[in-house]
Write a protein that binds this ligand. Structure first.
Ligand code: SIN
Length: 329
């Protein structure tokens, strides 16, 4: 059987990071190694797939922004449309990997495998995790049954779906989890084991693509005594939507309720998500969502709810229809 042709798009991150000594796993410089050096650190990569490479960016993913997402989506879509390419791998910093993954999951129009990968330790570290993560990402992209699953994330021998994955630890090598759904699969040496499929519509079934404008939407994280001026600041700053990462069930304090209702009446979308890191946000939470015109984020994290709202509002979705978008994707 001929090897699959996998295109690797590199964007930076710790997987391409270097430190002063092999014992150093923090305080290093991210995004310093070019893509070809990443590949040369992985023995046997050429036996898994025919790999082509492209350096799309060299950033620390804390600096990722909507312009970066769109540029990356354009490069990824071009590779997916190339009939010489069977699947793609994207190397990326772990800090905002879940946001880029969900954006791409919503906009890329292809059933070909798309696998994102990063590392928690820099390339110069003892026990660097990047080389095995990269080998495993290519193995997944080249797997015969990886197509049609949307954007996948491979870290620490585990495959996650883009909609549900989150970075849940800031230092450990097993930093990623899908708190509500669990992993989508495992990579154990050459064996790719599937455990689940995406439950929601994605890429080819969405009305979004890499050209869809992204409306400005902000996230506010609730805390005890949060003042209403936080909402006012976001609205005055030009946001077309605000996602409240509320306490517990995305709950809205009395002080915030009035400010959010006012924002909604002024035409700003209001989405209630939860700051807890998992769970399905139920209607209620200190307000009457229907009467107030608020949406709930379903099981999306506040940061992913923001991306879906940015795309939906950018694509012209009416505020009345936004809840349906959260139930669909
Ligand atoms: C980054 O997100 O670019 C730096 C941190 C990491 O990749 O783990």
């Amino acid at each position: 059987m001929p090897l699959h042709r996998i295109h690797l798009l590199a964007t930076g991150g710790t997987i391409a990071g270097t430190a002063a000594s092999p014992a150093q796993t923090t305080g290093y410089a991210a995004a310093t190694l070019p893509v070809d050096l990443l590949c040369s650190a992985v023995p046997g990569l050429g036996d898994v797939a025919h790999l082509s490479t492209e350096q799309v960016a060299a950033i620390d993913s804390k600096d990722a922004d909507p312009a970066f997402w769109q540029r990356l989506a354009g490069a990824a879509q071009a590779a997916l449309d190339d009939h010489h390419v069977d699947g793609i791998v994207i190397s990326h910093g772990t800090d905002t990997l879940e946001e880029t993954a969900f954006y791409l999951h919503l906009v890329l129009k292809s059933a070909k495998p798309v696998v994102m990968v990063g590392a928690m330790r820099p390339a110069t570290s003892l026990s660097a995790d990047g080389p095995l993560n990269l080998l495993n990402a290519v193995r997944v992209a080249a797997a015969h049954d990886a197509a049609g699953r949307g954007v996948l994330v491979v870290m620490n021998q585990t495959i996650f779906g883009a909609r549900d994955v989150a970075k849940t630890n800031c230092v450990r090598a097993d930093a990623f989890a899908a708190p509500d759904t669990g992993p989508m699969g495992l990579v154990l040496d050459a064996r790719v084991v599937w455990l689940a499929r995406p439950q929601r519509a994605h890429g080819p079934a969405t009305p979004f693509d890499a050209q869809t404008p992204l409306a400005p939407v902000d996230v506010l994280v609730a805390y005890a005594g949060m003042p209403a001026r936080m909402v006012e600041a976001v609205v005055q700053g030009g946001a077309r939507g605000v996602v409240l990462a509320g306490a517990g069930n995305g709950s809205v304090s009395v002080a915030m309720h009035a400010a959010l209702r006012e924002a909604r009446q002024a035409g700003v979308a209001v989405v209630r998500a939860s700051r807890t890191g998992s769970g399905y946000v139920m209607p209620g939470g200190g307000c009457d969502d229907v009467a107030d015109g608020f949406c709930t984020a379903d099981t999306l994290s506040p940061y992913k709810a923001r991306i879906l709202a940015m795309l939906a509002l950018g694509a012209g979705c009416r505020l009345e229809d936004l809840q349906g978008v959260f139930e669909t994707f």
